[in-house]
Design a protein around this ligand. Structure first.
Ligand code: ADP
Length: 513
């Protein structure tokens, strides 16, 4: 599709701990790549600055070359540092490689170095690189706690040093966050070259969760929010929720006029049923037949009772009407574990089918779901698959009649948006970004937007009611159901649609200076 160019192009630098696909652990990696790609398409200059993790697969970087060798300060030393340039998935990236133990190891996180100090030093190394190379971005966009110290370093240090920068106008710093947390000590912050004690006040970076607001304990994320020109969280509803509850509420209220809620998008280069390389048959809203075949393949492949027989045209006959519900998620408490296991029971009672694709990080949760797998995986209707599989996730979204997301809280949520894009009708709990993207079919006030089934309570009964309604709808009103499937596939949850909201925020902070 042709994307309209913005009239006043900017130079935006993202400073981040993750980037999909080369250094992706979770949603952060997807967001950075998707947003950067959308802004490039709108005519902006975009660079991503990423630690040069030892585990990054170098063969996935195009035109990798050393561009700068310089020194960056950390903990009393000037650390020789290399900056490389390369192109990943069409996006220019600067890789920062300090000559110490930071970012060495098999994985993005969990190496045998102090992570907090490593990201603190990375934040400074990025600013130092901009200074030594005379790079003059209009916007520095930092992400999450890892780069939360960068706004402090910029405004209290590089802003003054940058008198040497011959910039026409000031740079702005913007922080994007799901408000996940990490604490720092005053001493740790001081290793960046800032005087940690200056930030040990309630207005600045003291971690509000500590008893008596202990001035020894700081939060990089809170400091980042206070010191950035704008802070963005990942949905309008999550913005409201975080102003009401949680340890950062008072900080966010104090900074309300620069706090925004913008939904994440999905990267349609990766998620598109019309082009998806993992699907045996492609489909789209205008030609949805392929979806039935995807369902048939998944049912066959997983040994679930298939709902029809292939007729002469190889399109499964749909007379049996067994709805297939999928739930693809990290198995952590946030995602509503008791509701996920309750869904198995209820869907079985209702004569539907369910596939859970999930990975647990906690041993107790893993054992609990292993028990469920043992109980159900030989039967005709339920599969509990305890693994991470990108390929299988694409197949399941394509096969599903419904995608279940029963989270207790959900800053934005991608699963419901991806599901919709693949014609799976969402069944979700009304919280955070789920409340901003899914609107109940049976709520008369939603006639235009209605696209799924929503419940509010965190109890099993609330979920049962939503599942009952969804499955009844599917069985009793097949024509109307096909209409919803088409409608959810036509919803534009892509970055092309939401990147414009970031551009507006970028512009508003530029004007303010
Ligand atoms: P979170 O970022 O909290 O994990 P999101 O809904 O924002 O939740 O994003 C989750 C992403 O991870 C989705 O793309 C989902 O498909 C994917 N995912 C989660 N668990 C698995 C799994 N076990 N296998 C494959 N993909 C998974």
């Amino acid at each position: 599709a042709d994307i309209k160019k913005d009239s006043d192009p900017m130079h935006i630098i993202h400073v981040t701990a993750e980037m999909a696909p080369i250094a992706k652990v979770g949603g952060l990696g997807d967001v950075v790549t998707g947003l950067a790609r959308a802004c490039l398409a709108r005519g902006h200059t975009v660079d991503i600055m990423l630690p040069f993790y030892e585990c990054i697969p170098k063969q996935q970087i195009k035109d990798l070359a050393l561009v700068t060798t310089y020194n960056s300060y950390h903990d009393g030393n000037w650390v020789p540092t290399n900056a490389y340039h390369g192109v990943v998935s069409g996006i220019p990236v600067i890789f920062i490689e300090p000559s110490n133990q930071f970012f060495k190891g098999q994985y993005v996180y969990g190496g045998s170095y102090n992570e907090l100090e490593a990201y603190l030093s990375f934040s400074r190394a990025c600013l130092e690189w901009m200074q030594v190379t005379g790079t003059q971005p209009d916007i520095i966009h930092v992400h999450e706690w890892q780069t939360g110290a960068l706004p402090l370093l910029y405004w209290d240090m590089y802003h003054y040093l940058s008198l040497k920068w011959t910039s026409k106008h000031e740079k702005s710093v913007l922080l994007r966050t799901e408000l996940l947390i990490a604490g720092a000590s005053k001493e740790q912050l001081s290793k960046s070259g800032l005087d940690g004690s200056i930030y040990a006040t309630i207005e600045k970076a003291v971690d509000d969760r500590t008893i008596g607001h202990n001035p020894e304990r700081l939060s990089l994320l809170k400091g980042g929010i206070v010191y950035s020109n704008a802070a963005v969280t990942v949905s309008p509803t999550y913005l409201k929720e975080t102003l009401c509850t949680g340890w950062l509420a008072s900080t966010l209220i104090r900074n309300r006029d620069k706090y925004f809620g913008i939904l994440n998008g999905i990267d349609t280069a990766m998620w598109n049923p019309a082009t998806d390389i993992f699907l045996p048959v492609k489909f789209n809203a205008q030609k949805p037949e392929g979806k039935k075949l995807c369902k048939y393949h998944v049912q066959r492949g997983l040994g679930l009772a298939p709902e029809g027989i292939l007729d002469g045209n190889h399109v499964p006959d749909m007379t049996h009407k067994v709805p297939l519900v999928v739930c693809i998620t990290r198995l952590v408490p946030q995602k509503g574990l008791h509701l996920i296991s309750h869904a198995i029971k209820r869907i079985e009672e209702l004569g539907g089918q369910m596939v859970i694709l999930g990975k647990a990080s906690d041993g107790r949760v893993e054992r609990e779901f292993e028990e469920l797998a043992k109980l159900h995986n030989q039967g005709p209707s339920i599969r509990v698959l305890l693994m991470f599989s990108e390929e299988l996730s694409h197949m399941l979204y394509a096969a599903a009649d419904m995608v279940l997301v029963p989270s207790l809280y959900e800053p934005c949520g991608l699963a419901q948006m991806i599901g919709m894009c693949y014609g799976a009708v969402p069944v979700v709990r009304k919280t955070g970004g789920l409340a901003d993207t899914v609107f109940d079919m049976d709520d008369q006030s939603n006639h235009e937007t209605a696209n799924g089934f929503v419940f509010e309570g965190i109890d099993e009964g609330s979920l049962s009611q939503a599942l009952d309604r969804a499955l009844a709808h599917y069985r009793q009103k097949p024509d109307e159901w096909n209409g919803i499937v088409r409608k959810v596939m036509e919803v534009d949850n892509s970055w092309n649609n939401t990147a414009g909201k970031y551009i507006e925020v970028y512009n508003s902070v530029r004007v303010r200076l």
